[in-house]
Design a protein around this ligand. Structure first.
Ligand code: NAP
Length: 254
């Protein structure tokens, strides 16, 4: 989607995947300093990369994770576009969050970005995670409500916005982070997993008549925000959507 956006903007350049084992992270960043406008950072480097950066945006610092690095005359500046990308995806879909009760499933990097963004945007945020200690650390750091296992069903039923940020459902349309039949009574269901486009959670929510949102819009908007940071130009988001859809289709047919 970045290459499509570059072409649409009349810019030269390419976007490549650079496989980077953890032991090679520092060396990779030296290479980035010398020859790149910027990079995205993904699992497992989003947190460990912070120590190698010259500057970190206030959002990325509060979230504790960086997904976008801008290389400015050899200086590496870290940002987190997952947070605002998620909010733009909700806005685009007309999903309300201000003063709403949001329940986040998961406490990993994506959960941290989304929890931060929703709290900043005025939502009341609660977190449930399989590993309670991880959710507890997130809730303590950001002042969120911690949900324990016995209260999960009640919280799911009563929330306005349920967001799956766990990797359950990723490349597996048969698995769901919730037991069958457990859905918000009236709330919106969001799953940030983007492959497959319809996870089991989304399928069940749609069947039950709930408003749903998949992971593609967040993927595209976090990318659009990163593109703007690297180039100073707002990309054509529809071009990015089309390229992302085509790329994901190719991925699912592999
Ligand atoms: P991460 O930091 O590794 O966190 C993974 C989370 O999933 C943790 O909360 C983990 O719980 C939970 N989890 C994993 N397996 C589980 C299972 N079997 N049962 C219950 N919980 C389980 O990963 P991340 O970076 O946050 O990414 C999470 C997902 O979001 C991935 O699918 C990723 O592709 C997606 N994502 C989408 C976008 C987008 O733009 N749409 C952006 C970022 C990420 P524990 O703490 O108990 O291990």
């Amino acid at each position: 989607m970045h290459e499509a956006a570059l072409r649409a903007a009349g810019l030269e350049g390419s976007y490549q995947a650079l496989e980077t084992p953890p032991a090679f992270l520092h060396a990779r960043l030296l290479e980035v300093r010398r020859g790149f406008a910027g990079v995205n950072v993904t699992i497992p480097h989003k947190e460990s990369v912070l120590e190698y950066l010259d500057e970190i945006s206030p959002e990325a610092k509060a979230i504790g994770a960086v997904n976008t690095i801008v290389c400015d005359q050899g200086r590496l500046i870290g940002y987190n576009t997952d947070a605002l990308g998620f909010i733009y995806a909700l806005d685009e879909a007309g999903i309300a969050y201000r003063n709403k009760k949001a329940l986040i499933l998961g406490a990993g990097g994506a959960a941290r970005a989304i929890a931060y963004a929703l709290k900043e945007a005025g939502a009341r945020v609660a977190v449930y995670n399989r590993t309670r200690e991880r959710a507890m650390a997130l809730c303590e750091a950001m002042g969120l409500q911690l949900i324990s296992e016995p209260l999960l069903a009640t919280e799911v039923l009563g929330c306005d916005l349920l967001i799956n940020t766990t990797s359950v459902g990723l490349k597996d349309p048969g698995s769901s982070p919730l037991p069958p039949g457990l859905l918000p009574q009236a709330g919106v269901v969001v799953d940030i997993v983007y492959s497959p486009p319809t996870t089991r959670l989304l399928h069940e929510a749609r069947e039950a008549g709930r408003v749903t949102l998949g992971g593609l819009p967040m993927l595209v908007w976090q990318g659009a925000l990163a593109f703007e940071l690297w180039t100073g130009i707002k990309p054509d988001v529809q071009v990015m959507y089309a390229a992302a859809r085509a790329g994901l289709q190719n991925l699912s047919s592999l």
